[in-house]
Design a protein around this ligand. Structure first.
Ligand code: ATP
Ligand code: MG
Length: 317
């Protein structure tokens, strides 16, 4: 389900400037898109227009080629999972009842719902036997967030809107939830619109990042492009030269080497050594516009591969 924004603007009543200002975007089916930007730049407003919690002031949003205003709101929302900024579980309901909300609205039969609850809890690594009957307050923050994700996926929506889903979670749990979400996305190929103001989170998760500033999109590009070619000073500051270069100089090829590799690359390109620092390798990649090198040992034997992707993942950790 691709999503297209055409000159979308949202102006709240009695405000001086639009919260979302003439945004045009072309998001492909199955992409993991991260909206990144400071508080108040319009991220939540943009998400809420996709499932019609807010109307656009002008412009249109299309899902799979159809203007969302041509689709009944209920029907539209059935196809879109939504994880709100605070996890938003119903406190008086058990975990299983929380997850079952949408399937029940859709009048699935109870056996099917029952099976689905187990499946979803397994997916987010919560043992159904332990957690089904609990209430949200009897779960840790991170576990609640997982239930929020499971609930959003209950009716197998093709699109997921996630508004800072890991905002209130400690760094370690956050990393493991990010890994899980990434795995789930690769497995199920959802189109995900994910909001954060955490740069590292954006770099880790995104296929492409949309950087927003005061309601406008200032850059829409891959993590790599954003790191290496920030569109303006604001983004340069945001990714903070990221300490990336400093970090790179401390890391070596052996820290990111992967065993598998493409033998043809080995034959063609000149290899790098296990002990080369990543700054050197990264600069060479940018200069030569390649994304991987063979890694060779002291006797020039192939021992693995170093890829751009592995370097970026390592740096975002
Ligand atoms: N219901 C509303 N009425 C009037 N103004 C609003 C409303 N909701 C949001 N705004 C304003 O619109 C702008 C964008 O808000 P939005 O919630 O989209 O930002 P955000 O990027 O999600 O911020 P945060 O990172 O803090 O969640 C802000 O200036 C905010 O004050
Ligand atoms: Mg917000």
């Amino acid at each position: 389900m691709g999503i297209v924004f055409r000159s979308v603007t949202k102006q709240y009543p009695n405000t001086a400037s639009p919260a979302v200002d003439n945004v045009s975007l072309d998001i492909k089916e199955g992409e993991f898109i991260v909206f990144l930007g400071p508080s108040g730049c319009g991220k939540t407003t943009l998400l809420k227009m996709v499932n019609k919690l807010y109307d656009t002031t002008s412009g249109t949003i299309e899902i799979d080629g159809t203007d969302i205003n041509q689709v009944q709101t209920e029907q539209l929302r059935r196809g879109i999972g939504y994880v709100i900024q605070q996890n938003g579980l119903f406190p008086h309901m058990t975990i299983e009842a929380n997850i079952a909300v949408v399937p029940r609205l859709l009048k699935w039969d109870e056996a099917k719902i029952d099976k689905r609850i187990d499946e979803l809890l397994d997916m987010v690594h919560l043992d159904p036997k332990v957690y089904r009957k609990r209430r949200p307050s009897q779960l840790s923050g991170g576990q609640q967030q997982r239930v929020g994700i499971a609930r959003a996926m209950a009716a197998a929506p093709k699109i997921l809107l996630m508004d800072e889903p890991f905002g209130a979670i400690d760094a370690i749990t956050r990393t493991s939830l990010q890994d899980e979400l990434h795995r789930i996305q690769r497995l199920l190929k959802k189109t995900i619109l994910f909001v954060t103001h955490d740069v590292d989170e954006a770099l880790r998760l995104a296929d492409r990042i949309i950087v927003m500033q005061a309601g406008k999109v200032v850059q829409f590009a891959t993590p790599f492009e954003i790191l290496t070619n920030p569109a303006n000073d604001f983004i340069r500051q945001l990714v903070g030269e990221r300490d990336v270069y400093r970090k790179m100089a401390f890391l070596k090829v052996e820290d990111v080497i992967s065993a598998s590799g493409n033998a043809e690359t080995a034959a063609g390109a000149e290899g790098v050594a296990l002990t080369d620092d990543l700054k050197l390798v990264f600069n060479r990649m940018v200069e030569e516009q390649v994304r991987e090198y063979p890694v060779v040992d002291g006797s020039n034997r192939r021992v693995g591969t170093v890829t751009m992707e592995r370097i970026l993942t390592k740096l975002a950790n």
